[in-house]
Design a protein around this ligand. Structure first.
Ligand SMILES: NC(=O)c1ccc[n+]([C@@H]2O[C@H](COP(=O)([O-])OP(=O)(O)OC[C@H]3O[C@@H](n4cnc5c(N)ncnc54)[C@H](O)[C@@H]3O)[C@@H](O)[C@H]2O)c1
Length: 503
């Protein structure tokens, strides 16, 4: 970590609060750049805007910010929300530890409107500025911290210690917060003191051969057969038994090294073994790095229905090593791409723009955006009581396809891709459906339902665990960025959407 820590973020995020909290933790001074500007100019920012204009304010802001970013005594700065609009400031920030205090646009507006902030007077302008600046903050941040944690920065700073270059930290706010590290080579970085305890590895045979030794020293290990067919209660029993034989206690930590199957199974075993032990997700597939490793949903399948047995159990940390994707077979990468597209459709904005412009699925920034999107949703609804349902876009039909084909015909991501196409048909979005279908086809993902009976898929949909009062609510999409959960869908429309997938 550099000697200067810099808090950036949009209006109303709580940068000043975060800077004070971080400064307290480090025993250094907190400096608010806007306050310095006001002191130098002898008037509040609002009056500078009114009397001298925004351009004059920005020139002063750039000069003062650059001056405070010069080498000096250790301190924590909070920058003005628009300071990152200056290329010179962006260049100077490269030398420092940058923490983005991430606030959603609605909370930012509620906190900022009607106050002294000159750029928080009109909702539409405010939202446009937010959309413009968000990618700048994201690109600059070494760590992203939800606004709700701006008062408690000490654990974030501890988690940032010795972070390898190019790696970034996303701070996950949940009932028990945890750090999610994403970057090349992060797999072999994990220092023992981060999540103390003896490590017991749960992995699959393929991943064990590739990366099983990277997390040594290990107190023990168990390898399951690769693939969805290992996500069963029988395999959970194998893992529980091995944990007991190795003498694993609540002081120890289970390490889930692999894709979503290993993550879900190992997480479930961690949630239930001795009524709960800590576990760390070390995702090695794209599906797991963009989605399944975060959020604490763990579980196994039944032959009757997918993910029917499980528990919410948040990981103690996530370590997503983008280098591990280099060994992933092309079909698995494509399966992960379906989850990327799903996430981009939920998030809209610049994530969707990147995806539709053809961003590579292994692009580090893309992976981080997907992870951040998921963490933002989960932070607001950890136990799936409403909002989190949006993450299920495409999954109702997707899961039904997996169940109806005995978890053997399609990879999870492939089934989700087909489910997304069905969801877009149900959403009456023909142009978007075509665009998404073309994106999938270009990556080699299946775009038709082969080897599965559409009627069996419709039947399996009825067993979805979201079923309430005899109806399965669907997530539909009004437009990218505007998912609508809890939508009723008639059997006739569902049958038509699934049959449309037939070759
Ligand atoms: N818990 C959640 O929130 C959540 C979210 C999305 C998906 N999921 C679950 O995730 C599962 C699908 O996960 P998946 O797509 O990662 O499948 P997976 O775990 O079966 O992995 C796919 C294959 O890739 C291999 N593999 C893994 N990493 C590799 C690497 N780096 N190099 C070479 N090979 C590698 C594995 O051995 C396996 O054969 C499903 O069961 C799904 O329900 C869970």
């Amino acid at each position: 970590m550099s000697s200067t820590v810099v808090c950036i973020g949009f209006m109303g995020a709580g940068k000043t609060t975060a800077a004070r909290s971080a400064a307290r933790a480090l025993g250094v001074e907190a400096v608010d750049v806007d306050a310095v500007i006001e002191q130098r100019l002898g008037k509040p920012v609002a009056r500078v805007f009114a009397e001298d204009g925004e351009a004059a304010f920005r020139a002063t802001e750039e000069r003062v910010t650059l001056e405070l970013l010069e080498p000096g005594p250790p301190r924590v700065l909070s920058l003005g929300g628009g300071a990152v609009g200056s290329d010179a400031v962006i260049r100077a920030l490269a030398e420092h530890t940058v923490i983005w205090i991430d606030v959603d646009v609605d909370s930012a507006w509620t906190r900022s409107r009607g106050g002294a902030r000159p750029l928080a007077r009109d909702r539409a302008t405010f939202a446009r500025l937010y959309a413009e600046r968000e990618p700048l903050y994201s690109g600059l941040a070494d760590a992203t911290v939800p606004a709700a944690r701006s008062r408690t920065m000490a654990p974030v700073l501890a988690a940032l210690e010795d972070l390898p270059p190019q790696s970034k930290l996303l701070w996950a706010a949940s009932a028990s917060d945890y750090p999610a590290y994403i970057g090349p080579g992060i797999l072999s970085w994990w220092p023992a003191e981060r999540v103390p305890g003896r490590r017991f590895l749960v992995t699959d045979g393929r991943v064990a051969a590739l990366y099983g030794d990277a997390l040594a020293p290990l107190a023990g290990r168990v390898s399951i057969m690769p693939g969805e067919q290992s996500k069963t209660i029988a395999h959970a029993e194998i893992v529980w038994t091995e944990l007991a034989r190795a003498g694993v206690t609540r002081e120890d930590v289970i390490v889930a090294l692999g894709g979503g199957v290993v993550g879900d199974l190992a997480g479930f075993c961690a949630a239930t073994y001795q009524r709960g032990v800590r576990y760390v997700q070390v995702p090695t597939t794209l599906v797991a790095q963009v989605d399944s490793a975060y959020g604490g949903k763990t579980g196994v399948d039944l032959p009757e229905a997918k993910n029917y047995i499980g528990a919410y159990h948040q990981p103690a940390a996530v370590l997503a090593d983008s280098k591990a994707l280099a060994t992933l077979p092309a079909e698995e990468l494509a399966a992960g791409y379906a989850e990327v597209v799903k996430t981009a459709l939920i998030a809209g904005g610049q994530l969707w723009q990147r995806v539709r412009a053809g961003a590579k699925p292994t692009d580090l920034e893309l992976i981080r955006w997907c992870a951040l999107t998921k963490l933002r949703v989960v932070a607001r609804d950890e136990r799936d009581t409403g909002l989190r349902e949006v993450l299920n876009l495409g999954h109702t039909v997707g899961h039904a396809i997996e169940t109806a084909t005995g978890y053997a015909r399609y990879r999870h991501g492939e089934a989700v891709g087909l489910g997304l196409l069905a969801a877009l048909r149900l959403s009456e979005q023909p142009a978007l459906r075509e665009e998404v279908r073309d994106l999938f086809a270009a990556r080699g993902l299946p775009i038709t339902l082969d080897g599965a009976d559409p009627d069996a898929v419709v039947m399996a949909t009825a067993r979805d665990k979201k079923r309430r009062d005899g109806h399965v609510p669907f997530v539909l999409l009004d437009s990218p960025g505007r998912p609508r959960p809890g939508c009723p869908v008639s059997s006739r429309d569902l049958i038509a959407a699934v049959r449309e997938l037939a070759p």
